[in-house]
Ligand binder design. Structure first.
Ligand code: ADE
Ligand code: ZN
Length: 340
């Protein structure tokens, strides 16, 4: 029996490397948690909330995303949020995930750093034990806030270095270049955190150069705009700096007009280590498989191209080399069994 591309994607072992846990907050769970915490959302129903998910740009999305996160108060809320995401990706054959969280979104409302971290981490540990999903955790600084606030956040993270693998940079990009956080990233690097940053989503290719040269990141989140600069593309390819692309996010935030012109194949032809990810799946219409599926349909991807993307997702991850090799073997075995 021939396996369709849709079926092929469903069973393909994958890793996710760009996922904001607060962006996986489904409206139904948001209403449930709001109710139990006695918080009133400015919408009367799930449908009314979902109808507000129409964005012209990143900022319009962020305004709604930060509003939704305000109902999260207790450790159990962060657990439930994270557990719901894990159950979803478990269905989708996502075997490894590297999750972002935004502590400042919560600490600025008076929620303790430990409450946020404990809830997310407990769910991730349960996910590893009960669902077999390995993970890494990445703490992001909100770039629209001052450098001093990022330093304070880094300070709060230091007692928890054993549970936080990396630091990243997210939120409103234009006007907040990576260089604003050069000193705090330097400190984070000295403390042993791995470094990543959103760059070149809405911002220019210069921001990607800054992320590499001044923040010394080992992965670029998004990075679409690198194609504006040939030298940058060569640098990313020769240094094998992965890009974590998020196609449905780019579409929803109008970073790109439509997926038929998504430059994925051009990037692969240039030798870039590109991966597909969901970014904020509850807001952008799909988890990891829906992202693979949308791009596969729009660009008529072949099974070998999908295999390359899945392999890239593990190669670009922070798993150990033996773990990566095991994952790549698993993908090869899957391909052999489902190539026709
Ligand atoms: N925070 C959550 N999603 C984001 C995105 N796509 N870009 C920047 N910051 C974000
Ligand atoms: Zn993101």
């Amino acid at each position: 029996m021939e396996v369709s591309v849709t079926q092929f994607i469903k069973g393909l072992p994958k890793a996710e490397l760009h996922l904001h846990i607060e962006g996986s907050f489904e409206p139904k769970l948001m209403f449930e948690i709001a109710k139990r915490n006695g918080i009133k959302l400015p919408y009367t129903s799930v449908e009314e909330l979902q109808a507000a998910y129409q964005f012209n740009n990143l900022q319009e999305f962020l305004d709604i995303y930060y509003q939704g996160a305000q109902v999260l108060l207790h450790e159990q809320d962060f657990y439930d949020l994270t557990w719901a995401y894990l159950l979803k990706i478990h269905e989708q054959q996502v075997h490894h995930t590297e999750v972002f969280f935004d502590p400042q979104t919560h600490t600025d409302r008076g929620v303790a750093f430990d409450t946020v971290l404990d809830g997310i981490y407990r769910a991730l540990s349960d996910g590893e034990e009960k669902l077999g999903i390995s993970f890494r955790l990445i703490m992001c600084f909100l770039r629209h806030l001052p450098e001093s606030a990022a330093f304070k956040t880094l300070e709060s993270a230091l007692p928890h270095k054993d549970r936080i693998d990396g630091v990243g940079l997210d939120s409103s990009e234009v006007g907040h270049p990576p260089s604003k956080f050069e000193r705090v990233f330097e400190q984070a690097g000295l403390h042993g955190f791995r470094l990543v940053a959103h760059a070149g989503e809405e911002g220019p290719s210069d921001y990607i150069w800054e992320a590499i040269n001044r923040l010394h990141v080992i992965r670029i989140d998004h990075g679409n705009r690198c194609l504006d600069d040939d030298l940058l593309v060569k640098r990313l390819a020769s240094r094998k700096i992965p890009l974590t692309l998020c196609p449905l996010s780019n579409k929803a935030l109008q970073v790109i007009k439509n997926l038929n012109t998504y430059p994925l194949l051009a990037m692969m032809d240039h030798g870039l280590l590109v991966t597909l990810n969901s970014d904020d799946p509850a807001y952008f219409g799909g988890y990891l498989n829906e992202n693979y599926e949308a791009v596969a349909q729009a660009l008529s991807l072949t099974k070998p191209q999908l295999v390359t993307l899945a392999k890239n997702s593990f190669s670009a991850s922070w798993l150990s080399n033996p773990e990566k090799e095991q994952a790549l073997k698993r993908i090869d075995a899957y391909y052999d069994a489902h190539k026709h």
